[in-house]
Design a protein around this ligand. Structure first.
Ligand code: NAD
Length: 436
């Protein structure tokens, strides 16, 4: 077993994505919480000071430790690590070129392509790493800008908008679609928009950035709604491109999709039976955790199994402030296919949310009126990314709303909001005023 990697072990998730951004978000959230200290009965003699370089150093330490951990795991599991760029030079061969230009040819019964994706580059917004940035650059900022324009209110755009505004950066977000987080349930998007407003983030939806020109202290952006935004820096967060350049796909005849991602079946096989592709490079769902699932499907099949990927009940988890998480169908999608019934529970009706001073948001559950099956669960609120997994299990296992709501939840916990929203689907939540 061999792994070829041209960069540090751990890929985008560990080095430039999930882990470093969540380390910084934890710093930003704590900074915000400390500022709320007086409300908790904690008086500070001086206001807290945000030390960006110390936050960055903490993030680097976490990442370095985890990267080293992967190297140790490789050793303990007998995986050989070949540093360098891998090109598929035959259906059973990978050629590795290391940083000194030395070539090694590896023979393999099976090959798994797991090369991932990178931030997309749009010619209209040429990323230079100084004024126009992508999320990789943000992680390495020398200092925090006074103001930031973010193009795209998708996952990265909204996570960074919340984080930067919690760190006192003046943030403006421009999204060409009608809502922030347009891939989520419309109610979630609306709640998120309200939360962005509370964080004083300027949001322009249904708007495009027409042009960016260098300004006095950064840039000046002309928007399609005739407004102009001045900012020190711009973050371009408009999606990802697939890492297939130089992989040798054409030479061995591996088929691609129109958007440049690699075509596979549900068993992760490409059109060449012993070559598999997993994760972002398949262009289906761009998430580290579905990539891990893809990987286990590919390995099972490479070893003679017959397994297909199953994304039923895979949650979406977004680390905004407050957090957003969802599983299953959005309301619009569910209403097209089913007769639905909706239950909601606002976090402000929950004791634990008051204890934590995190009362924003709600849990929304969409049930099938005929079968009572849980079709979708959408959460905006504190710990949403943790508590969603109860709902994910319900969707994955085809549980009914009644079954989900009949579990006796601990108390006081934020997860109770799932039980209450399930009760509300049948108008049976005792902790909500009776609806007429
Ligand atoms: P995205 O697809 O989530 O969002 C991009 C947004 O940019 C969309 O809303 C789109 O409408 C908008 N957009 C595109 N072109 C635009 C333009 N010219 N002007 C204004 N708006 C424009 O992509 P992303 O935020 O770059 O994230 C990339 C990937 O990484 C996603 O697939 C995401 O799922 C993944 N990711 C996941 C997490 C998480 O799970 N917590 C965190 C970060 C990234």
């Amino acid at each position: 077993m061999a792994v070829v990697e041209v960069d540090k072990l751990g890929g985008v998730c560990l080095n430039r994505g999930c882990i470093p951004s969540k380390a910084l978000i934890a710093s930003a959230a704590l900074y915000r919480k400390i500022k709320e200290g007086t409300g908790f009965g904690i008086n500070l003699s001086t206001p807290p000071v945000c030390d960006w370089l110390a936050m960055r150093a903490r993030k680097d330490k976490i990442v370095d430790g985890l990267v080293r951990g992967i190297g140790q795991l490789f050793k303990s599991h007998g995986v050989d690590h070949y540093p360098g760029f891998g090109r598929i030079s035959g259906t059973n061969q990978v050629t590795v070129v290391d940083e000194n230009g030395n070539e090694t040819k590896l023979q393999a019964d099976n090959i798994i392509i797991a090369t991932g994706s990178r931030a997309i580059n749009i010619p209209a917004f040429p990323v230079d790493g100084k004024r126009i940035l992508n999320s990789d650059h943000l992680l390495e900022l020398e200092n925090l800008p006074r103001s930031m324009l973010i193009i795209g209110a998708g996952v990265i755009g909204c996570e960074w908008a919340c984080m930067l505004s919690m760190l006192d950066v003046e943030v403006t977000v421009v999204e060409m679609l009608d809502h922030a987080l347009p891939m989520e349930d419309e109610d979630t998007s609306k709640l998120m928009e309200r939360e962005l407003k509370k964080l004083k983030v300027g949001l322009h939806t249904g708007t495009k950035v027409e042009s960016i020109t260098p300004g006095e202290e950064g840039i000046s952006a002309k928007l399609s709604n005739d407004k102009t935004v001045e900012a020190n820096q711009v973050l371009v967060a408009v999606g990802r491109a697939f890492n297939t350049d130089g992989l040798g796909l054409e030479e061995v005849g591996i088929e691609s999709n129109d958007n440049g991602s690699i075509k596979t079946g549900l068993d992760m096989r490409t059109n060449i039976g012993n070559i598999f592709a997993i994760g972002d490079v398949r262009g289906q769902i761009l998430l580290a955790y579905t990539a891990v699932h893809d990987g286990s499907v590919a390995v099972d099949n490479a070893l003679g199994g017959k397994v297909e990927r199953n994304y039923l009940g895979v949650p979406s988890v977004i680390f905004t402030h407050p957090e957003v998480a969802s599983v299953g169908m959005r309301e619009a999608e569910a209403a097209e296919k089913h007769e639905i019934s909706i239950g909601r529970f606002p976090l402000r009706a929950l004791g634990k949310a008051h204890a934590e001073n995190e009362i924003s948001g709600e849990v929304k559950i969409i049930g099938d009126k005929k079968t009572d099956k849980v079709l979708g669960v959408h959460i905006v609120g504190a710990h949403a990314t943790e508590i969603i997994h109860t709902a994910a299990l319900a969707v994955n296992r085809g549980l009914t709303v009644t079954e989900l709501g009949s579990l006796v939840f601990g108390h006081p916990v934020i997860s109770e909001s799932i039980m209450e929203a399930a009760h509300d689907v049948h108008r049976m939540s005792v902790h909500l005023a009776r609806k007429k």
